[in-house]
Unconditional design. Structure first.
Lengths: 409, 154
């Protein structure tokens, strides 16, 4: 695939907020309102409840999610998600593997944000066993996980567009995601399940070609983002289908344990990279995008802006990459951490990713719990969908950005 | 807020509280609901969200440890609280009246660890099918084989 790298450089602080002022269209279109269900049974025409089964084999459920939806006419009365079609018992398997062997399983949980999933487990083991990681490894971890965040959001943008009928966005999103996958293939030979971030560092050092690919990509990204904004953000059909749809308040979001871009879209500028900085994030200069309506459109804008911020972090980390080892020189084959437990929280593309790990002093963990963002974010779906039409269900579900491997584990 | 200050605050109110691994609070089972009300309403703690809810099986001690992770957005601190339950008949009060996020996470713990949540509005299995037998994350869980009885080839 060839790309035109001659596009002139745009200012890298392109944000949806700026775009909004350029486009009068956005403010002209009012957001849609939730429909109030009719309660009065006095009417002679009685509305019967209609049960609709969506999934598990439905393309817009992004995997194998089954939704049992009770409808009144076209309006959703109740929605009951049925999970577990992709339950692969990773928590149980982790109890019978040594600490290093756990890492590859986490790839398969959140397969669109594998780097972040690897990282959480690696940090949990390092904290338990008190392993010091070289600084270069931390920088490399930041670089790959931020690139992974961009790839994940690009993929989401495409899939979300396809969900609500803008199929072109799908092709655009995948075109740029492909470039990031090429970079990952260069450093770890794998395109989806990387296993790159490991206990004690990373698997391989980066190559000059990787550096070149990343810089080329970051050069073209602002222009591409502007393309997406022109293609999607100002599109009246897109706005009509997302503005005001599936809106939640901040209190609801906090009560349901919603994190990540969904929380930022409700007006909470909470990001673990900023608020409880881990790794080398305090050294970088970046912002947290925040919007206040809590609807599908704001979730879209948060993710679009997060890509810009991630690109900022990557270029800073790449420029400031220190020399040194990329992994711990001598690491025991069987790690035996002392008795104890640890809970590690990190900001994954979908929200807060936590790993709770208990050690009983042997070479295998006693208990590993993955607190995955998709599970918590999906749990608010029954609340979000009530009162919306059945056609909005797909838009709302798409805006949550679930990965079913992450939900079911 | 510093952990030591939190410990002093909690110990004043709940003298049975213990400290585990120098960073976790262990409270008595009956204290859970007063404890939750306390951490939600005390201005020094201001817990906003139930972030983590899980359980760990400890067959050697004949216990199941409930693990709660409470987080305050306003004061940016995190609190891990454990409750030790009897392994034979584990049962604890639900937190669904305080946080909606407890709904699915308690269903998951019920499904995989077999802990009964008193007062849970909708205690069903969530990850395994409804007709699943046993609780998968218990240490003594045995996967049923495909052949329950060995085929007789005589």
């Amino acid at each position: 695939m060839s790309h035109d790298t001659q596009i002139k450089k745009e200012p890298s602080n392109l944000s949806s907020k700026q775009f909004r002022t350029d486009s009068p269209l956005i403010d002209q279109i009012p957001g849609r309102k939730r429909q109030i269900l009719r309660e009065s049974p006095e009417s002679e025409l009685k509305m019967e409840e209609f049960l609709l089964n969506v999934g598990p084999q439905h393309p817009s459920t992004h995997g194998v999610l089954r939704l049992v939806v009770a409808l009144e006419g076209e309006v959703i009365k109740r929605c009951d998600p049925d999970l577990g079609y992709l339950h692969r018992t990773f928590e149980k398997i982790s109890e019978s593997r040594s600490y290093q062997q756990i890492v590859p399983f986490t790839d398969r949980m959140d397969y669109l944000g594998s780097m972040n999933a690897n990282w959480g487990v690696a940090v949990a083991v390092e904290k338990l066993a008190k392993i010091e990681v070289p600084e270069r490894a931390e920088y490399l971890r930041v670089i790959v996980s931020e690139l992974n965040r961009i790839a994940s959001h690009l993929m989401w943008m495409g899939a979300f567009g396809a969900d609500i009928g803008a199929v072109t966005a799908f092709l655009y999103g995948f075109r740029e995601r492909e470039l990031i996958l090429d970079m990952f293939e260069e450093i770890c030979g794998s395109r989806l399940t990387y296993g790159y971030i490991r206990v004690g560092g990373v698997a391989e050092d980066i190559t000059p070609k990787f550096d070149k690919l990343v810089r080329e990509f970051l050069d073209i990204l602002p222009a591409k983002l502007e393309d997406y904004h022109n293609l999607i953000t100002g599109n009246p059909i897109f706005l009509e289908r997302t503005r005001g749809v599936g809106a939640i308040t901040l209190e609801e979001a906090i009560s349901y344990g919603v994190t990540g871009p969904m929380l930022k879209a409700c007006g909470m500028p909470w990001d673990l990279r900023k608020e409880e900085p881990y790794s080398v994030y305090p050294k970088f200069d970046f912002d947290i995008p925040v919007y206040y309506n809590g609807d599908c459109f704001d979730r879209f804008r948060v993710r679009m802006d997060e890509m810009v911020e991630s690109a900022k972090i990557v270029i800073q980390a790449l420029d400031g990459l220190p020399e040194g080892d990329y992994k711990v020189k001598k690491l025991a084959r069987n790690i035996k951490p002392p008795v104890g437990d640890v809970y590690v929280r990190q900001e994954a593309p979908r929200g807060e990713y936590g790993v709770y790990m208990e050690s009983d002093g042997s070479t295998k963990p006693n208990r590993v719990k993955y607190r995955t963002p998709s599970f918590s974010n999906l749990s608010i779906l029954p609340l979000m969908t009530v009162g919306w039409k059945i056609a909005d269900l797909v838009a709302i579900l798409g805006s949550v950005d679930i990965v079913l491997g992450d939900v079911d584990r | 807020m510093e952990f030591q200050a939190i410990v002093e605050l909690v110990k004043n109110k709940f003298p049975q509280t213990e400290i585990e691994f120098e960073k976790n609070l262990v409270i008595a089972k009956d204290d859970l609901i007063p404890f939750v009300e306390f951490i939600r309403n005390t201005p020094e703690l201001h817990i906003d969200v139930l972030d983590l809810l899980t359980a760990a099986d400890h067959p050697a001690e004949n216990q199941i440890h409930m693990v709660y992770g409470f987080h305050s957005y306003r004061l940016a601190h995190y609190l891990i609280v454990k409750v030790k339950l009897d392994r034979k008949n584990p049962s604890i009060a639900t937190l669904t009246h305080w946080w909606e996020s407890a709904n699915w996470t308690e269903r998951e713990v019920y499904d995989l660890m077999g802990v009964n949540f008193e007062g849970h509005p909708d205690q069903r299995r969530i990850l395994t099918p409804p007709d699943f037998v046993g609780h998968g994350l218990r240490k003594d869980y045995e996967r049923p084989g495909f052949f329950v009885k060995k085929p007789d080839f005589k």
